[in-house]
Design a protein around this ligand. Structure first.
Ligand code: ZN
Ligand code: ZN
Length: 343
């Protein structure tokens, strides 16, 4: 090789590149999509993959969580939408929403933020692609995300039931049940231990999948986390619209399913899908309640709207009172034998 001015210049240019830039040395970035170029630019700009992945993960969570909650805050402030509210007499006040926001932000900044810098080393350790571009194709990502949905739903079903066991409920899960009529922002209103336990269901799916297959990009994980956040926030929204997803996909849980869990303190332990509760019979009270609501609506077809609303309110109050008794039993405040159930 002739050692001339050109090779000196090339060597100097190479030395001037940061370590992160060198990662992309053999990739023609101009041939990539805009998003992939931005992705590489982010890693080059931060110039530290641990910080780049950690910060992006944290920002994604904040933007999606609060961004998705804002429409629900607006909907709660418009009386027109009350007709689709599952517990119409329980609309969260601005004060309640603000208290909830403060608690969620506190846990994001004190628990999630310090831990999130472990995300990149953990991902690399399991062979997950992070800074790499291009992204996988849609045909690779879609089945992976479907697997994560199913895994998380089953994990959550059993872990959530465990959290209803007396001591675990009293010391951990009770915080999440503060709201018997939940709202979007309340999705992550929970004890840090609960965030950790139930968050495992969201993260363990991708980690285990990656460990077995060595074929997963963190971009796919971000899409999964975004969809999972949408699912959690929407399930807590307290609204069941005619166009809600559960009316299009019958096995999707949605707010109509999870709202009952908060109202009745029992049944409906899963997140995304209805099948676990159906298979294991933990949706019996929920289905009985839906049947009673439908029967009541049919029987009161000719009555005035206020009479129908009053009857619905009564039924909701009855279920909620039963839920409060069940909660007291779980906490050991009330012995199980003292309950009088009208069944
Ligand atoms: Zn629960
Ligand atoms: Zn909940």
């Amino acid at each position: 090789m002739t050692f001339n001015a050109t090779t000196v210049a090339a060597a100097a240019a190479h030395a001037a590149q940061t370590t992160t830039q060198q990662l992309y040395a053999n990739i023609d970035l101009t041939k990539l999509s805009w998003l992939e170029q931005m992705w590489a630019a982010w890693y080059i700009w931060i110039d530290n993959p641990i910080i780049a992945t950690g910060l992006m993960s944290f920002l994604l969570h904040e933007f999606v969580y609060f961004g998705r909650s804002i429409p629900w805050i607006i909907i709660d402030s418009i009386p027109y939408f009350r007709q689709w509210k599952l517990q119409p007499n329980k609309v969260p006040t601005a004060q309640e929403q603000w208290e909830c926001t403060k608690m969620v932000l506190f846990s994001h900044f004190t628990i999630e933020l310090p831990a999130i810098w472990l995300f990149h080393p953990m991902a690399e350790n399991f062979g997950m692609n992070t800074w790499q571009v291009p992204f996988p194709s849609w045909t690779t990502m879609v089945p992976q995300i479907a697997i994560f949905f199913v895994f998380e739903d089953m994990f959550h079903y059993f872990a959530h039931q465990a959290l209803h066991y007396g001591p675990l409920y009293k010391h951990i899960h009770k915080i999440h049940h503060k709201y018997s009529a939940p709202f979007g922002l309340a999705a992550e209103y929970a004890h840090p231990a609960e965030v950790f336990i139930l968050g495992t269901g969201t993260i363990a799916g991708p980690v285990l999948y990656c460990w077995y297959t060595r074929n997963l990009h963190i971009f796919t994980v971000y899409i999964w986390i975004t969809l999972r956040l949408f699912q959690a926030i929407d399930a807590h929204s307290g609204y069941d619209f005619p166009w809600s997803l559960q009316h299009i996909i019958p096995f999707w849980s949605g707010a109509e399913h999870h709202d009952f869990h908060h109202m009745a303190f029992t049944n409906n332990f899963s997140t995304s899908f209805r099948w676990c509760d159906r298979i294991f019979g933990t949706d019996n009270k929920y289905r009985e309640y839906r049947a009673r609501i439908s029967a009541q609506k049919a029987a009161m077809k000719n009555k005035s709207k206020s009479e129908r609303d009053e009857a619905e309110r009564k039924l909701i109050a009855e279920i909620e009172a039963e839920g409060q008794r069940a909660e007291a039993i779980a906490e050991g405040i009330m012995p199980a034998s003292k309950t009088v159930k009208a069944q």
